[in-house]
Design a protein around this ligand. Sequence first.
Ligand SMILES: [Zn+2]
Length: 494
Amino acid sequence: MSARPPRLVVGVEVHVQLATRTKAFCACPVEFGAEPNALCCPVCLGHPGALPTLNRGALAAAVRAGLALGCAVAPRGAVRWDRKNYFYPDLPKGYQITQYDHPLCENGALALSDGTRVRIRRAHLEEDTGKSSHAGDGETLVDFNRCGVPLLEIVTEPDLGSAAAVEEYLRLLRDRMILAGASSCSMEKGEMRCEPNVSLVRGDGSSTGISELKNLNSFAAVRAAVAFEAKRLEEGPWHPAGAAPPRTTYGWDDAGGRTILQRTKETAADYRYFPEPDLPDLPAEALAGFVAEGRAALAAADADRSAAAGRARAEAVRLGLAADQADLLLVRDLTGGRFAAALAAAEGAGAPAAEAGPALAGWFLGPLAGWVNGRGGDWAALRASAGDLAAALGLQRTGKATAQVVKEHLLAGEWPGTGGDPAAFLAGRGLLGGAGEEAVRAACAEVVAANPDVVAKIRAGKTAARGALVGQVMKRMRGTADPGAVNRILDGLL
Ligand SMILES: [Zn+2]
């Protein structure tokens, strides 16, 4: 038997919420965070006799999404609707309307940066369920607002071979959905839910069972869960080549960093799929108009994106930004326009572009990105306005605050969450205005006196040790000292 490690095999199921104003089969509005059970009607609650009507907007979005993934639309000649029957408290109808053997889209693919072609088996339209939440005291609350919200379920073949490849595929998928205007894919709002199916295969064809990982709601969780499960599966048990390996569902414990056994998987037979009697089939001819409109919309979006990329390249040259900075801030617009607005404000206040551009890029991709990531990754949490940031840059440019004070006390502190006049904020904490020569001299003298061993090393020629002294002085001065002055004074003392 070969000693090669087993190969990781991953396929992914993703549910994206289609960007529509109303639900898939009724006119109830789709709204995140509304009062529980305020957005329901007899259709989405499954009252007897209520009849579903297909939302054209949901169909159009699903077609655009399928085209953006390179899928064929309705390759079997007609699109059919089915009922997937199961009992669950958040599913008042007792079934979901979905598509079983005649899905809307099939046979697409996305290419990863290393050339891996990830085949997309199918993408079908279905409706979401409600949401249960477990209150204390063993009580469970149910909110039916999400019942009937349109979803596209996108299923790949098992073409992914590492946790990093799974993450790249998901990022690419999200990008295509956003480009197609099919979904905004906000993972925080549950608009993109990812379920990797993970197994290991040996050279002789034997394999482990397939672990279906559920409830992964960030890219970091997907990466960690796939890597964890790949490691755990190495212990086996192994099933001989040709055997149908068992499928088991696992949840992900983010805090504990491990997968948790939930249940063995139902098979299609357990769901008793049968044709939905209340919705007519959609023949391919009825979809032709949607496909033509979808292709035109995608071509326009691609052209818009190319034009935006061209403008971003020119702007990056004007500002002297590095390629990766320009990509994040100008092409992909990580900050939702906040970088461009702050830059415009800084230039309006007289800062030259070649100075303001790199400085603000460093802030947005450094301390501000760190601050935002510490608060769920939503740039809307940033309350410091473009004008506030331009004013902060002004303090730094005019020497009223050192770069270190701005970075550590302003951008990494509470200020981004409140905004307001940065000068007042720093003045209130005694951090405004460079420290006077006397104070810096006193701090340098104290540090030299407190570190005779370091001083001895430096005098013996180990000049690299000098950095430690500079660092200590800066720390004592809480960053308010001008590094040039510190170096000059230390040189004198040494
Ligand atoms: Zn409804």
